[in-house]
Design a protein around this ligand. Sequence first.
Ligand code: CA
Length: 230
Amino acid sequence: MDNDAHILIVEDEPRIRSALRDFLEYHGFGVTEAGDGLAAKRLVDDRTFDLILLDLMLPEITGEQLCANWRRAGLQTPIIMVTAKGQEKEKISGLEMGADDYVTKPFSLEEMLARIRAVLRRIDPARAVGQTFRFGDLDVDVQALYVTRDGQTIEISAREAGIIQHFAAHPDRVISRDELYRQVWKETLTDLGTRTVDMHIAKLRARIEVDSNDPKLIQTVRGAGYRYVP
Ligand code: CA
C-alpha cells in the first residue's frame, strides 16, 4: 500500500521514463509522462500534480528554466531534479531555483522511491496553500482557526483546519478516507478511522456548508471518498 500521489515524470530518455513509470505505478502512484519541457509546461498549466520528477537536460525548455518559471509563478508542487553525473553546477542552481531534492543519474529505482517518499512525507499541506486562503466562498485562516463567509465568522477546530487544508491543496481531486486519515491524522486507516473521518466530515459540513444536506464544498464521491469543488 502506497499512496494516491500523482507524479509527473519529465524525462526525454524513453527507456528511463518508462522504467520509472512502471516502477512507480507498481508502487501505487499515479503517473503522467512528459518527454520534453514544453509538454511538461502544458501539463502543469493544466492540472495539479503531487510531485514532479524533473530531468535537467531537456529539449525545448530545460529543467532549470521550467523549475525557475514554475516557482516564480508560485507553483508549490515539490520537485525532484534529476541530474547527470558531472552536472554539479546545475545541481546547485537547481536547488537555488526551488527544487526540493535532486537525484544523480544513474540512480537505482529503489533510491528514487526512497527520495520520493521522503519528499512527500515532508510536504505539509500548510505549505501548499498557506495559512490564509480561499476555500470556495469561504476565507480560511488556519492559524486563527476560523473561516468567514460574507463577514460572518465560524470557528473551526485544528483537525477541521487540517481537513480543509488538505482539500484546498488538492482541488477537484477525489480524496479517499485512507488518504485523508494518513495526511490529517497521520495514521493508517482502520475501520474505526473510517468512521472517524466520516464523522468529522459530517460535523465540518454542518459548520461550513450553507446547507449541510446538500454540500457544495466537500462533496461525497460514492465508493471513493470526498472531493473539494472550488
Ligand atoms: Ca535528459
